[in-house]
Design a protein around this ligand. Sequence first.
Ligand code: C2E
Ligand code: CA
Ligand code: CA
Length: 250
Amino acid sequence: RNQEFVLFYQPVIDLRSRRLSGAEALIRWRHPTRGLVPPDSFIPLAEKTGLVVEISLLMLDTACAQLQTWQTQGLDYTLSLNVSGRQIPDGLSPATLHEVVSRYGITPDKLALEITEGVMLRDIDKSLAWVNAVHALGFRVYLDDFGTGYSSLSYLKMFPVDTLKVDKSFVKDMKDDGNEFTLVGAIIAMGRSLGLDIVAEGVELESHLLALQRMGCHYAQGYYFSPPVPAQEFEAVAARVTTLLAPPAP
Ligand code: C2E
Ligand code: CA
Ligand code: CA
């Protein structure tokens, strides 16, 4: 009601074209006295009380308005939103999703929905029906935090997931010859063999970026490029990322 919830945007880089492909939208609470409150401090409570449904609908509107702004600026970005278990299947119905993107003149393929394995497995039948329905409408579905849960291949095959997000805990700790390096390489190889796109999150160092490129990872996201930033700073960040990715002058 007080409009204290805002979205921050963290750039996602396409490693093949070396260009910015879009962003992940991450919620923040601009509290009048506490300052900027991170999601881990209030999303679990919002999930418990059910308020997460209402908050997320507000954020869906904000995200679509941002996509519309980018579109009018000629920027063909994709935006991904985090979906919690409480929203599936009725809190964020396929019909609502469709109605909201249409209202903003956005095609569903510009919006990705990030869900974790834990969310999918809460009620397999309901979540399978939901994922199938949103996928059929043209929305992208990303499997978030991959590697931290069951990392089940049979569920991966069952759900029409487009993209795997390798959990940041493995990526940020990658050092040559370490276990994390082997794990990330294996997840990328497995995902690719299933025909999935791979996003690595938690890319903090140039060495991570170079390793991921060698491993055939498609997209990267992390502090090496930029932390999540408010919308008004995104353009400046985009320009910096583009320079960072430009091949060195001959
Ligand atoms: P997540 O979906 O795994 O989001 C990635 C988190 O990693 C973000 O934390 C991001 O700031 C952080 N991060 C990004 N790059 C790096 C890096 O290079 N290194 C490290 N160590 N961390 C990095 P954030 O924004 O605090 O969000 C935390 C979690 O809160 C998210 O994890 C997500 O599960 C949840 N969340 C955020 N926004 C929403 C939302 O709108 N709805 C729902 N349901 N959950 C949200
Ligand atoms: Ca996420
Ligand atoms: Ca994640």
